[in-house]
Design a binder for this molecule. Structure first.
Ligand SMILES: *[C@@H]1O[C@H](CO)[C@@H](O)[C@H](O)[C@H]1NC(C)=O
Length: 313
């Protein structure tokens, strides 16, 4: 009688332990397997929701007919002044840029000329807050201010500023193109069908061969306008500081010199909004291949019917 009671108690204790162990295993299973799945879903939905909400809060674009993107790539920051950009002292310049200010002005003038010529274009001044000496002022904003200050934006036939915007994050020539495409999409709701870049002529090779190819933009849809600064141009400098590293690392994502340059040109730790505003380009924005192979995912401009495909808002 006693022993059978004992064995009942023992087997009861055994069952209890078994039950407790199952509970623990089940809880661990729940937290490690199901919850993360649920959370991950939740965060994707949350991100998508935030994106759609942001889009729904945007009014209509002021450039509904824009098909062609014109990019003026920034090189320096104009800090203002009565000389309207003509004096060195009004610019934050790197040592080798002394005397180049008239060329920056020429780039701006040419950008506006292209804009006036083409009713279906959007002009994007591109360049971030690249210098701690200038404070939180972007190259692109300063170019726009300079254009304004020089009276370049008054046109008899239309309000040009409705078709001009700034791209506030680019830190190098590759980002000038990619981020301006993103900005175009943010601004118009579409991807451009044709891109014109205005920069120094000695950078033509890196823009038209390296960056254009890395972004898989067809040659026929890419134009380059080159205006060089006065004086001797160091072909070797361009070769060593840009062509060689960008050839090995087309997206500028692992080469030490290119990566360091991006860090140095972002003293205020800005981050782009483009993951949210250009969801179709997330793969490309995140892409980095240690062997320097080209991105192979789909791109909005793979399709010929860019506008029809992307007219979502
Ligand atoms: C591409 O854009 C430029 C600048 O806006 C324009 O002059 C040119 O005609 C456009 N080319 C095509 C094929 O649309």
């Amino acid at each position: 009688m006693r022993s059978s009671l004992l064995s009942t108690l023992t087997s009861f204790r055994f069952l209890l332990i078994l039950f407790a162990a199952s509970c623990i295993i089940f809880t661990v299973f729940l937290t490690h397997t199901l919850t993360p799945l649920y959370l991950r879903r939740e965060s994707v939905d949350c991100f998508e929701h935030a994106r759609l909400k942001a889009e729904s809060e945007l009014g209509p674009t002021t450039a509904p007919n824009a098909r062609n993107l014109i990019v003026v790539a920034g090189h320096a920051i104009w800090t203002g002044g009565s000389q309207q950009g003509n004096a060195d002292s009004e610019w934050i310049l790197r040592p080798f840029q002394k005397g180049q200010q008239s060329t920056f002005v020429a780039h701006i003038e040419r950008g506006i000329e292209e804009l006036v010529k083409d009713q279906n274009s959007l002009l994007v001044f591109s360049g971030g807050q690249t210098s701690s000496l200038a404070g939180p002022v972007s190259e692109s904003q300063s170019y726009y201010n300079l254009a304004q200050s020089r009276g370049l934006l008054s046109s008899k036939t239309e309000e040009l500023s409705l078709r001009i915007t700034t791209e506030e994050f680019a830190r190098d020539s590759y980002e000038n193109i990619l981020f301006s495409i993103c900005r175009f999409h943010e601004f118009t709701g579409q991807y451009p069908s044709n891109i014109t870049v205005i920069s120094h002529n000695f950078k033509r090779g890196r823009f038209t061969r390296l960056h254009r190819a890395a972004l898989r933009i067809p040659e026929a849809n890419f134009n380059f306008v080159g205006i060089d600064p006065p004086g001797e141009i160091s072909k070797e400098g361009e070769l060593n500081s840009a062509v060689v590293p960008f050839s090995a690392d087309p997206y500028g994502c692992f080469d030490q010199a290119l990566v360091t340059k991006r860090v140095e040109r972002n003293p205020f730790r800005r981050r782009t909004p483009y993951f949210e505003s250009c969801p179709e380009l997330n793969g490309l924005l995140n892409y980095c291949d240690a062997e320097g192979r080209f991105f192979e995912g789909t791109l909005p401009w793979d399709s010929k019917e860019l506008h029809e495909v992307n007219d979502t808002y």
